[in-house]
Design a binder for this molecule. Sequence first.
Ligand code: BDR
Ligand code: CA
Length: 321
Amino acid sequence: MSKIPVIIDCDPGVDDSFAIALANSYSGFDIVAITAVEGNVPAVLTRKNALCLCDTLGLNATVGFGAEKPLVRPYFRDASVTHGESGVGTVQFKNPIKTPDSRPAWELIYDEAVKYNGELVLVAIGPLTNIATALRRHPDLPKYIKKFYIMGGGTFGNVTATGAKAEFNIWVDPLAAKEVFEKMEVYMVGLNATHSAAITEEDFDEMISLCGNDPKSNLIKELSKFSKFNSLENGQDNHIIHDALAIASLMNEDVVDFEDYFVWVEDNEEADNVGETVIDFNGQSGKPANCHVAMKVNQPLFVQMMKNMCKFYNENNITIN
Ligand code: BDR
Ligand code: CA
């Protein structure tokens, strides 16, 4: 079976790092590129983390630098409380060895999509600024994309500024998300799905143990420890490895059940639900479905995939660069 060419657009990010690591452990993917966007931490850090993740994971993908701020909205909040000051928890990456591609993320995505002639799968696990920019510059991009997955949105939110009506990735750049939903057929792995895939303390302990006892720091082990302890200490949701579920749903179609609905994004800054992905469950809009919404999750299967990934990296002895 030939490998699926994949581009991951991301804002690493602890759960983005898990997602990239999970994708890298799967022999069915050819990870063509990793593109970085502003989000969990400012672009300067998501860029560095994207390069260092490739160095550490031995991932031979092209890295593209993308947007430093949303399309029009200021970039006024990062998520370093959840992801640590560096964006990757307690991991301290050195300076990257890998260098970025000369093209901006949106040109790299378009060029690869054309090159793969309709076979490329695009997975966006950060704010949608890079994807919206690619679509503005290349309106024919959708015809070259086989499938487009996001981690974002869902039936509820996690941004307290909006009364938790908006999910973080959509809320960082609501205009970008609105444009993307209008132009692309989206597989939306949102918060309702990722919260159903929460990883328990015991499962994190098993993941940590499966990473092995090599004295050298192990990326997955450090990320797992951070996720477990941070969630316990702060009573936060980051024992949910949101972004990895989007990757897992692509690796194995038994992980997530999707249902088709019309979905639009509220981008009006004055609206109290700015950044919400509004799902037309009852068909009131009369508009055709444009989105496959993740509704049911096989949590045990997802957890098993995460554990298998830990074993993979233990066997391959991955050391943090
Ligand atoms: C999403 O927001 C980010 O903090 C995570 O990386 C994930 O992509 C969850 O709302
Ligand atoms: Ca993310």
